[in-house]
Design a protein around this ligand. Structure first.
Ligand code: B12
Ligand code: SF4
Length: 470
């Protein structure tokens, strides 16, 4: 979207996704590409777990004389820290309204203090915050993302078709969940018009043959009238597309599920978080366990796959409290398509959250993202067994041990992760399922006898898996 805004303003843009599945790049690769292209300015998106590497990259680029600006969730939540590294400016919140001026400012074409909602360094290297910028109200005014700049081959796509795309319909979320790092778009909901969303869907479908859309809105169904209007429009349009959303359990009922299903919605990701009512209250989650018990099976009944997110290991939770969540997971399992292990199945204290601010001193994890030992990605896979690697494919949060869990809490979390893994793998095709289940069982048994034998035995499997990006 930022590229699209800049193209409209006459800039030439190169997009680089260093994590693209078929072409991952290390710092040296990125620096080399920058030297070849010699851009006037380099922009980087910062998410918390990646900032340690991002700072190294910024420093390597700065050493070559590049001007660099930063944006994204971590840049917004920890701007003082980010600007103290090798960036010329940090953009707070959404970037589209000011990216052009920020670039011009760091290139010395306009005074930097005239750009709203950014942070820069003065001559004493101190951070200077410019006047705050209000979130953009008219989000229909934003151009469609510049999909033409994405190198599809880097994602294994060779025919120019992009069967799946992300899209958004609203920005902001008014809820106050104590673990959520989603403050970037503010608390006020801002919506695109239905026509504008449908136009983008039609554009992507005609241009790239896109027929699966994933809405990245924080809570898509909060405004009922809007969802109804969107679904009715899609039903009338009769396009052969499917789509998925993320939303809150408390904003869904049977009537809405029926409508969503008729309009082509095939998957809903729900943040259920806990099976414990007290925990739900403590984390300010606006749904109840009764709602969860009703809505998850109902979603499946309407042929919409429920994906559910749970968070284990809140600092006040005992082994028995976690068991209550596990009991709910088992109860829901027959209806659940996937227990999503990706985001935060074990609580991660992201900066700017209530959880982070409340517990950082007690558990000594201030700025964990700058360390190795408390960083769930950096303490990663080295020395891990094959089965652990499968369980903690998205980072070994248990090793980071943010809340100094008891042995019995850790054992319970292992048990639940194994349950989630086995549940999710059941949805694979039979051959894949048999292979993974067998490897998992052998690894688990061998590791219990001797971790070093397990590692020697599974080294070729791990290597093959990496090479095939499985
Ligand atoms: C889709 C998504 C994913 C996708 C794609 C991630 C990606 N890198 O974009 C996947 C599934 C891979 C993913 C993974 C993770 N995600 Co995620 N994800 C999202 C989600 C739902 C939508 C992102 C999106 O496209 N937003 C729409 C675009 C327009 O917004 P944007 O990317 O923030 O960009 C705007 C501004 O940030 C700014 N901006 C961004 N970059 C730049 C750069 C410059 C130079 C400038 C000037 C401005 C600028 O301008 C943009 C336009 O306004 C958000 C929640 C949300 N609703 O935003 C969470 C979110 C970004 N994810 C989050 C997290 C925690 C993760 C994980 C760390 C989870 C985990 N435990 O591993 C991983 C990290 C992966 C990684 N290394 O990137 C957190 C980030 C918190 C943080 N402090 O970093 C969020 C905010 C969710 C939340 N509420 O907690 N995620
Ligand atoms: S977890 Fe979801 S509902 Fe809660 S504040 Fe974050 S985006 Fe909103």
């Amino acid at each position: 979207m930022l590229a699209s805004v800049l193209e409209k303003a006459g800039f030439e843009i190169h997009l680089l996704d260093a994590c693209a599945v078929k072409k991952r790049r290390c710092i040296a690769d990125i620096v080399k590409q920058a030297i070849d292209l010699r851009p006037d300015v380099i922009g980087m998106t910062l998410l918390t777990p990646m900032v340690k590497d991002a700072y190294k990259l910024a420093s390597a680029l700065k050493a070559k004389g590049f001007k660099i600006i930063a944006g994204g969730p971590h840049a917004t939540l920890a701007a003082d820290e980010v600007i103290s590294h090798d960036f010329d400016a940090v953009v707070l919140g959404e970037g589209e309204p000011v990216i052009e001026q920020t670039i011009k400012a760091v290139m010395g074409q306009i005074p930097i203090d005239t750009v709203t909602g950014i942070v820069y360094k003065n001559s004493h290297n101190q951070p200077i915050y410019t006047i705050t910028r209000e979130p953009l109200n008219d989000i229909d005014s934003l151009p469609f993302p510049a999909h033409h700049l994405v190198h599809l081959s880097e994602y294994g796509i060779t025919n120019g078709r992009m069967h799946r795309a992300n899209i958004f319909s609203s920005r902001g979320c008014p809820a106050l969940c104590s673990f959520c790092a989603g403050g970037l778009f503010g608390k006020k909901f801002r919506f695109r018009s239905i026509k504008n969303i449908i136009d983008e869907i039609i554009y992507l479908n005609r241009t790239y043959g896109t027929h699966e859309f994933h809405f990245v809105d924080d809570a898509m169904t909060v405004n009922r009238e809007r969802v109804e209007e969107f679904c009715e429009s899609l039903i009338q349009l009769k396009m052969p597309i499917t789509w998925s959303i993320m939303t809150r359990v408390d904003t869904i009922d049977e009537e809405m599920l029926s409508l969503l299903s008729r309009a082509g919605c095939t998957q809903i990701d729900y943040g259920v978080e806990s099976g414990h009512s007290e925990t739900l209250k403590k984390i300010h989650k606006p749904h109840t366990i009764e709602m969860v018990r009703k809505i998850i099976p109902l979603t499946a009944q309407y042929n919409i796959k429920p994906y559910v997110f749970f968070i284990l290991g809140f600092p006040w939770e005992s082994r028995d409290d976690i068991q209550v969540t596990f009991d709910l997971m088992k109860e829901l399992a027959p209806h659940v398509e996937c227990f999503h292990p990706a985001v935060a199945s074990i609580l991660i204290p992201f900066p700017g959250t209530e959880i982070y601010n409340k517990y950082k001193d007690q558990y000594d994890f201030e700025n964990w993202w700058l360390t190795d030992d408390r960083h769930y990605e950096h303490n990663g896979t080295i020395g891990q067994s094959y089965f652990e690697e499968r369980l903690f494919a998205y980072g070994h949060v248990l090793k980071a041990d943010f809340f100094y869990y008891d042995k019995e809490v850790k054992e319970k979390i292992y048990e639940i992760f194994t349950f989630m893994y086995k549940h999710n793998i059941k949805k694979s095709n039979l051959i894949r399922r048999l292979i993974f289940e067998t490897l998992f069982a052998i690894s688990q048994k061998t590791a219990a006898l001797s971790p070093s034998i397990e590692r020697a035995l599974f080294a070729p499997v791990t290597m093959a898996k990496k090479m095939l990006s499985l």
